[in-house]
Design a protein around this ligand. Sequence first.
Ligand code: IMP
Ligand code: MG
Length: 187
Amino acid sequence: MKDKIKYVLLSEEEIDSITDFLAEKITDDYKNSDKKLVLVCLLKGSIVFTGELMKKISLPLEVEAMKVSSYGAGTVSSGAVSIQLDLMRDDLDKIDLLIVEDIVDSGITLSKICEHLKGKGAKSVKTCALLDKPDRRVVDFEPDYRGKIIPDEFVVGFGLDYNEEYRNLPFIGVLKPEVYGEGAVNS
Ligand code: IMP
Ligand code: MG
């Protein structure tokens, strides 16, 4: 698996210090809130990041999950977001929602999810992304918490996949172009 990686973009140690920094900031920002903090893990890419982040947030919290699909085919977003698993709560006006995402690319996924949750009555919705590729943005969106800005390269590992593989790599790496090639299919 590692032989398919062109280079390591973020080592385990670097990811660890980024999650430390994010968790500390989140703890500080929410510590005086009178609402319960609820992390929303966006399946499946954010599973690993959510797990690491939640261990480091020193506040009472709950975890929920949502699943959306924004990618039709290829390594470029289709622009269409469909909700496959919605947030099932009846106390949306009484909780602080923090959407946890692996990477912001076009920005469509997170902006649509925020819009959707606010439409359902959520009063406090923020976003936390481990990685951000601002060069690829097609909508006006900035995450509230951002781990690291990265160049416009397709990355895998630490939850991020290519065709469902590589999520279990402990670091984040750039795939060799020959792995996906021209017109390869990604999910
Ligand atoms: P957006 O809606 O274009 O911002 O897409 C965000 C989603 O695209 C992320 O949740 C990832 O699932 C996927 N994605 C974007 N860039 C990458 C990448 O470099 N590697 C793996 N998945 C990616
Ligand atoms: Mg994702």
